[in-house]
Write a protein that binds this ligand. Structure first.
Ligand code: FAD
Length: 495
C-alpha cells in the first residue's frame, strides 16, 4: 500500500470538501477510524486533513504529540510553549463543542502516532506537509512505520501556506531566489476556497490522553505575551481587518504602537496554524461587505506572500536554517569584545535608543514590530558585525512567532547572506528612528529611562552635554555609526 500525498483544490471550488486529490480518495465506510496528526495546524477551520478524515471515517482521532526531539532540536522556548498551551486548550474546546476532544500524547511522534493508530484500529493517518528538513524527515519515517503496519499516510499540502512550496517555480530551478518575481507568479495563482470547520467530530471514547499542558506551568514567559488559540486569532482577524486593514499600506511601518494596530500581530497564530493563511488571504481580499479590497489589503497580502516565499526557499534549501544561503565569506567578529557587544544588544543596552527599544519590546512581549526587527538585526549583523546565527538564536528564544523558515531567512536577508538583492545595505538606526518613530513615542515607551526627553531628541541622547547627559542613566553608543559602517564595508570588501 503506497502513501498518498493529497492536495486540496488550488482553485475556488464551490464544494471544497470534494477538493482535488492526487491518488485514490478514501471512501467512507461504517466503523472506520482515521487519525489526524496535528503539528502546526492547531485549528478546526480550513483544515484539510481534519476535513478529509471526517469525510472518510466515522470516528476521528485528532492527536497532538509532545515530542522531546523538538525540544532537543533547540527550537522550543517558554513563550512558544505557553502560546502552544493556549492553542491546544482552545482546540480541545472547539473539538468538544463538536462532540469530540483533543488527544495529547508524549513521546516520539512517529512511535506515538503508530501506537494510537493501532489502539484506535485506524487504517489511515492524515497530516499536514511541513517545509523544514525536520518535518520532512519525520514524514518519511512516519510513512515507513505506518506502511509496515499496513496503514496509510495522507500528507496534505496547502495547510500552512497559501501556495505550497514547489508549486510555483521558475524555469530550470526548484525555487525562486528573489521575492518580486515569486510574488508576481504567486499572485496569479488562484487560491482554493477555505474549508468550513466540521460540524461534528466523533472521537473514540476509550483512548487515553495525557493532560493538556497549561500556560501557568511554563516558567520564564514574557509578561506581555499575547493569548494564543484559534478563537483569539479569529477575533483579532475580524477586529483588525475591519478597523485597521485599510490603513495598512500607510501605517505598517509606524513604530509608535500606542494604538498598537498598525500591523495585525497575527504572526504567532499563523506560526501555530491557529489561523489558516489561505483563509486569511481570502478574507482580506474579499474586503468589507459591498466594498472593493483596497491598497491596504493588497499591501497586506504582499506581506503574507513573504511567508510563502521563505517556506519555498527553505523547502528547497533545508541547510539554510544554519548555513549561509549565499556565502559572503564573512569572518564575523568573535572573542570577548564581540561577546560583550552581543550581550549588550540582547539586553537592550547598545546606547542606540531605537535598537534598545526593539530588544526590550521583544523581551517583554515575545513579539517585535517588523521595522524594529529589521533595525535591530541590521545593527547586530552590520554595525556590530556579529554572526546572524547569534541574533537568530536570541530571537528564537523569545519570539512567540519564532519560526525556523521566517526567522532564519529574514535574518539571512538582513545579514546579506540571504535573498536580498542589495546584500550590503546598512540601516542607520537614527535615520530609521526619525522616519518611523518621529515623535519618539515608541522609544520612550520601551526605554523609560529616557522618558524625560521630549520629541525626536530621545533618539540621540549622546548629543546632551555635561549634567544634562549625566541625568540619564543610559549607556553611550557601543560604537560610532561611521566606525561600524567602515568596519562592515572593509569586511565585505566594498569600501
Ligand atoms: C530579523 C527578522 C526575524 C523575523 N522572524 C520572524 C519569525 O520568526 N516569524 C515570523 O512569522 N516572522 C518573522 N519575521 C517577519 C516579520 O517581522 C513578522 O512576520 C511580523 O513582524 C509579524 O507581525 P504582524 O503579524 O503584525 O505582521 P503584519 O505586518 O500584519 O503582516 C501579516 C503577516 O505577514 C507575514 N509577514 C509579514 N512580514 C513578513 C516577513 N518579512 N517575512 C515573512 N512573513 C512576513 C506574517 O505572517 C505576518 O503575520 C522576522 C523579520 C525579521 C526582520
Amino acid at each position: 500500500m503506497r502513501p498518498v500525498r493529497k492536495r486540496t483544490a488550488a482553485v475556488n471550488d464551490p464544494a471544497p470538501a470534494r477538493a482535488a486529490v492526487k491518488g485514490p480518495a478514501p471512501a467512507r465506510r461504517r466503523g472506520r477510524t482515521a487519525v489526524v496528526l496535528l503539528t502546526a495546524d492547531l485549528r478546526v477551520h480550513d483544515h484539510p486533513p481534519l476535513r478529509a478524515a471526517c469525510g472518510a471515517a466515522d470516528e476521528v482521532v485528532p492527536v497532538f504529540v509532545r515530542d522531546p526531539a523538538v525540544d532537543r532540536a533547540g527550537f522550543t522556548a517558554p513563550n512558544r510553549l505557553a502560546f502552544l498551551a493556549d492553542c491546544l486548550a482552545d482546540l480541545d474546546r472547539s473539538l468538544r463543542e463538536r462532540g469530540g476532544r483533543l488527544v495529547v500524547r508524549t513521546g516520539d511522534t512517529v512511535a506515538e502516532t503508530c501506537r494510537i493508530a493501532r489502539e484506535a484500529d485506524a487504517d489511515e493517518v492524515h497530516t499536514a506537509a511541513g517545509c523544514t528538513g525536520f518535518a520532512r524527515a519525520r514524514e518519511t519515517r512516519l510513512r515507513r512505520a505506518l506502511e509496515e503496519d499496513g496503514r496509510r499516510l495522507y500528507v496534505h499540502d496547502g495547510v500552512d501556506s497559501v501556495v505550497p512550496p514547489g508549486d510555483v517555480v521558475p524555469q530550470g530551478s526548484d525555487h525562486f531566489a528573489v521575492f518580486t518575481p515569486y510574488f508576481r507568479r504567486w499572485s496569479e495563482r488562484p487560491v482554493r476556497a477555505p474549508l468550513p470547520a466540521p460540524r461534528t467530530v466523533r472521537v473514540p471514547e476509550d483512548l487515553r490522553s495525557d493532560p493538556l499542558p497549561s500556560r501557568a506551568d511554563v516558567p520564564g514567559v514574557s509578561a506581555g505575551l499575547a493569548a494564543g488559540g484559534e478563537t483569539e486569532a479569529r477575533r483579532r482577524l475580524r477586529s483588525w481587518t475591519s478597523r485597521h486593514l485599510g490603513a495598512y499600506e500607510d501605517r505598517h511601518d509606524v513604530l509608535d504602537d500606542r494604538a498598537g494596530d498598525g500591523t495585525s500581530r497575527l504572526s504567532p497564530y499563523l506560526h501555530f496554524g491557529a489561523l489558516s493563511p489561505v483563509e486569511l488571504v481570502h478574507r482580506v481580499r474579499a474586503g468589507r461587505a459591498g466594498e472593493e479590497a483596497g491598497p491596504g489589503a493588497a499591501a497586506f497580502v504582499r506581506q503574507v506572500c513573504w511567508r510563502d516565499f521563505h517556506r519555498q526557499v527553505l523547502a528547497a534549501r533545508p541547510d539554510a536554517v544554519r548555513e549561509d544561503y549565499r556565502p559572503r565569506h564573512d569572518r564575523w567578529r568573535r572573542g570577548d569584545e564581540a561577546e560583550a557587544d552581543l550581550r549588550a544588544w540582547r539586553e537592550g543596552r547598545t546606547g542606540y535608543p531605537l535598537v534598545d527599544a526593539g530588544m526590550r519590546q521583544l523581551a517583554h512581549e515575545g513579539w517585535m514590530h517588523n521595522r524594529a526587527r529589521l533595525v535591530t538585526a541590521s545593527f547586530l549583523t552590520k554595525t556590530l558585525y556579529v554572526d546572524w546565527r547569534e541574533g537568530a538564536r536570541h530571537f528564537l528564544a523569545l519570539l512567540a512567532d519564532g519560526d525556523v523558515a521566517e526567522n532564519q531567512l529574514n535574518w539571512q536577508w538582513v545579514a546579506g547572506t540571504g535573498t536580498d538583492t542589495r546584500p550590503n545595505r546598512v540601516l542607520n538606526p537614527v535615520r530609521q528612528a526619525l522616519r518611523h518613530d518621529p515623535d519618539g513615542t515608541y522609544v520612550r515607551r520601551w526605554v523609560p529611562e529616557l522618558a524625560g526627553l521630549a520629541g525626536p531628541a530621545v533618539h540621540e541622547p549622546w548629543r546632551l552635554k555635561g549634567p544634562d547627559r549625566a541625568a540619564y542613566d543610559y549607556p553611550d553608543p557601543l560604537v560610532g555609526l561611521d566606525d561600524g559602517l567602515a568596519r562592515f564595508r572593509q569586511a565585505r570588501g566594498t569600501d
